[in-house]
Write a protein that binds this ligand. Structure first.
Ligand SMILES: [Zn+2]
Length: 375
């Protein structure tokens, strides 16, 4: 393990060991490390910083996709030297305490010239680069699972083509204009048109048909993922694939051949989802009745069905669990009261601003809630 003090000056005002603030910060680090480990099966410094919200996933994604703004990642880790040092120390202690096993990951970007190593630090210090690449996984993970994890952490990245969201810019090689909507590849921070990137023979397959996409990708000797940056949600969204014409034709044939079998599988899945939805509605109606014993049963049922409808098809275990906690139950009940027991909809229709309308009906909602709670 490396010494975080080596390169970072010690802050003389740093909190002393064992102080309440120090121990709560330690807990924050440990909780974040645990959460990241649980979700991903392993945790490294970059995952830890993201979990602690000291590093935005959008920056990591941009860096991994070879976006020009992210030559290195360290400047995007938003933490002062003192906190940085403490985060690393607590993380390393936590790793030791749990006897986790290191697994090295690679951070690479696939450009037209092949795979390029991505650098986290500004100066590329090998020891620090290794520190950032090192993930930790449970030591008792079965050998097969460990191998799968190592493969996942070292999987070469996909070739990524960006759909342009701004309307200015030119290909850095041939100078061709790259208007909004144009496809381009980033190479060493410079945009390349698809012709210069030798990708212009590929055809675009829009996202949407999972089986067709998977097969076309598999058969295509050269393939790229097309992404577009969504400014409002600050993330890259997959638009589809660029694949060879041959691969697409072969995938279409395969999909046509087993379409009936896949239709049967889809129908089975739909039945299972419906069953899940029904169970969810019953459980939510029950949760409402427990929290609001005086709520008329038919209204509890109505609220549950309405909520179930909104969640339909994506209920799942965790979403259902979330929708059944007390706060979510309250939100569903309040929404129902707002629309059925107050003049809220009428106020909105008359042009009252949403927040004003909410203020006007607050008392009415509280009255119904109190009555239903049996208070
Ligand atoms: Zn060009």
């Amino acid at each position: 393990m490396i010494d975080p003090m080596r390169r970072l000056r010690q802050d003389p005002n740093s909190e002393t060991e064992g102080s309440p603030r120090e121990s709560s910060f330690q807990e924050r680090v440990e909780h974040a490390a645990e959460a990241a480990l649980k979700r991903n099966g392993s945790v490294g410094p970059l995952e830890l910083f993201q979990e602690m919200r000291l590093l935005q996933p959008v920056h990591v994604e941009g860096w991994r996709k070879g976006n020009e703004y992210y030559r290195t990642l360290q400047p995007w880790i938003q933490v002062g030297p003192d906190k940085f040092q403490k985060t690393i120390r607590h993380f390393q202690e936590w790793v030791k305490q749990h006897g986790l096993r290191p697994i090295e990951a690679t951070y690479t970007h696939r450009g037209p010239q092949g795979i390029e190593q991505l650098q986290v630090t500004e100066d590329g210090d090998p020891e620090w680069e290794k520190f950032y690449r090192t993930h930790y996984a449970p030591a008792d993970l079965p050998e097969k699972k460990t191998a799968q994890l190592a493969a996942k952490l070292n999987r070469p990245p996909e070739l990524v083509v960006f759909e342009k969201v701004s309307d200015e810019g030119n290909c850095s090689e041939c100078g061709a204009e790259l208007p909004q909507g144009a496809y381009l590849l980033m190479e060493k921070g410079q945009p390349l048109c698809l012709t210069c990137a030798d990708l212009d023979e590929l055809v675009f397959l829009p996202a949407g048909d999972a089986a067709l996409s998977r097969r076309a990708h598999k058969h295509s000797s050269l393939a790229a993922v097309v992404v577009r940056f969504n400014r409002r949600h600050k993330r890259y969204e997959r638009q589809g694939l660029l694949v060879t014409e041959d691969a697409l034709a072969r995938a279409e044939d395969e999909c046509a051949a087993d379409a009936p079998a896949r239709a049967v599988a889809r129908a089975r899945a739909a039945v299972a989802r419906e069953e899940e939805d029904r169970e969810f509605v019953a459980a939510l109606a029950e949760a409402i009745a427990q929290r609001y014993p005086a709520c008329p049963p038919e209204e509890a049922r109505q609220i549950a069905e309405h909520t179930g409808h909104r969640h339909s098809g994506r209920v799942g275990r965790s979403a259902a669990g979330r929708a059944l906690d007390a706060h979510a139950v309250d939100l569903a009940v309040i929404a129902h009261i707002r629309h059925t027991h107050t003049k809220y909809d009428e106020l909105l229709m008359r042009g009252t601003a949403r927040l004003d309308a909410r203020a006007l009906i607050r008392e009415g909602i509280d009255r119904v809630l109190a009555k239903w709670s049996g208070a």
